[in-house]
Design a binder for this molecule. Structure first.
Ligand code: UN1
Length: 495
């Protein structure tokens, strides 16, 4: 049977297309092929999804957490079995090379398995009471219905970071994915459906953020919103959520530096920056977008980088030999090319790349050559998030200046230093203003069992993944049990 291109919404355990709703399609950014057609949900569809999630909540909350974890293990098993086919969907719909498409799914599997184990922990704390025959402890409880609003750059990993954590904690979820990776979202939800997620516990609503996202954020029954995306939208989500005093978790941009000191292992640092800057065509929140080079190794390192980029293969992301695929959409292409023009206008020197690739396979897709711009600290391209294969290079005279330049941006997600000096390495860990610091490794590639998030405009202080995910999706209930059989007064009883 030919696979249908038309997908419905998943509400209350059923796939259905509401009457009268319009549709949108997704395209392969490498060749323009249409991949699927999806419902542009209306506010009333979002409300129906919240209805279903609210109805499903009491039974899911009361399901023992280890059982909720078992369901997640089944989800992971389904994704494991389908890793190759889902990985190919990721690559086709978003354009990252196939090894990274598989990696995206692997990150989803890793996290879902990790969260499954959390079903047997979900630990609270027990502390002594100041009174006799009294216990003091905390337990974790779900928040209720939560909205997970996710981006297109990690279209299976990031939804699972949010959904699996929310579900193991006993929440029910309405999932609103980025529109241009809606097929990946369908694949994610199918894995939960096949694993037997009860009706209403996970609901998928596709459509525009302005319509569906707004409806979800403003629904009084939605108690928490977990959002990953751009800083402007994040601000909007935060403001809207504030009106309902909701917990809003934000994971926003980055302008991540890789510092290369004069004592660094240069070949290692070179591999690091290539992966960090051009992996996923630079479309990661964690992408290396600034290379901060010590002046003593500046010419040598840059020479090596430019030579290596001459043999960098940009092309069909399904071809195992391709180093970098297209950017994800026409909008991305436009924005990245605009930034490259801005960089040159403000005095940056284009060292390589900087253009839309044309001819042959390139004509059907959104391919931009890997771009390196020598610029000065303070230029727009050295400070604003581009989210594309554009690396700004900055020269510094010593470690102090490197850290100062690294920190002098509005964001603080990831950071990296290449050095063989242990003192400098630890100083960087202490002094770089970022949620994540790598030593002798690129800015990308965080592992799921550790917290993920950043400082400054990267978010509002929360972390996801790791055990931090549990903080995001639970309320702490403080419990006092007095078994003394008489009224005891804290702070007041004689001491
Ligand atoms: C993102 O770009 O928002 O650390 C997530 C990394 C990946 C996750 C990136 N594990 O690069």
């Amino acid at each position: 049977m030919a696979e249908t291109l038309e997908h419905g919404l998943f509400i209350d355990g059923r796939w259905a297309s509401p009457n009268g709703a319009s549709r949108f399609t997704t395209q392969n950014p490498a060749n323009g092929e249409t991949l699927g057609s999806f419902v542009s949900a209306r506010p009333e569809d979002a409300t129906r999804a919240v209805d279903a999630a609210a109805r499903a909540f009491p039974a899911w909350r009361d399901t023992p957490a280890p059982k909720r974890g078992e369901m997640l293990l089944k989800v992971a098993a389904v994704m494991r079995q389908r890793k190759e086919s889902i990985g190919r969907v990721v690559t086709k719909e978003m354009g990252k090379v196939i090894a990274e498409g598989r990696g995206d799914v692997q990150e989803a599997i890793d996290f879902v398995e990790y969260m499954a184990g959390e079903g047997r922990r979900l630990a609270g704390e027990t502390v002594p009471s100041e009174l006799y025959r009294k216990f003091c402890l905390t337990v974790r409880q779900p928040k209720g219905v939560v909205a997970c609003i996710t981006p297109w750059n990690f279209p299976t990993a990031i939804p699972n970071w949010k959904i699996a954590a929310a579900l193991v904690c006993g929440n029910t979820v309405v999932f609103k994915p980025a529109s241009n990776t809606a097929l990946c979202a369908v694949e994610v939800v199918k894995a939960y459906e096949e694993a037997g997620v009860p009706a209403g516990v996970l609901n998928l609503v596709t459509g525009s953020g302005g319509v569906v996202g707004t409806a979800l954020i403003n629904d009084p029954r939605v108690r928490a919103i977990s959002f990953t995306g751009g800083v402007e939208t994040g601000r909007e989500v935060y403001q809207q959520g504030a009106k309902g005093l909701k917990m809003v978790h934000l994971e926003l941009g980055g302008k991540n530096p890789q510092i290369v000191m004069d004592d660094a292992d240069l070949p290692l640092a070179l591999e690091g920056v290539l992966f960090g800057a051009f992996g996923t065509s630079g479309q990661r929140c964690t992408a290396t977008s600034r290379l901060i080079l010590h002046e003593r190794v500046y010419d040598e390192f840059l020479g090596k980088l430019l030579a290596r980029l001459k043999t960098f293969r940009v092309g069909d992301p399904l071809d195992e030999k391709t180093d970098m695929g297209p950017v994800a959409s026409a909008d991305q292409e436009k924005k990245v090319l605009e930034y490259i023009a801005i960089g040159q206008k403000e005095g940056g020197k284009l060292l390589t790349g900087g253009e839309k690739l044309r001819g042959g396979v390139y004509d059907q897709g959104h391919f931009i050559s890997p771009t390196v711009v020598e610029t000065r600290h303070g230029s727009r391209i050295s400070k604003e998030e581009i989210f594309g294969p554009v690396l700004s290079v900055l020269k510094v005279k010593d470690f102090e200046e490197a850290v100062k330049v690294a920190n002098d941006v509005d964001y603080g997600l990831s950071s990296s230093i290449y050095t063989r000096d242990v003192n400098r390495a630890f100083r960087a860990v202490q002094e770089l203003e970022a949620g994540i610091t790598y030593v002798n490794a690129p800015t990308i590639g965080a592992e799921v069992q550790l917290p993920f998030g950043g400082v400054k405009n990267t978010g509002n202080g929360g972390r996801e993944a790791g055990s931090a995910a549990i903080e995001e999706f639970t309320e702490v209930k403080t419990v006092f049990v007095d078994f003394s059989s008489h009224l005891q007064k804290a702070q007041i009883d004689p001491r």
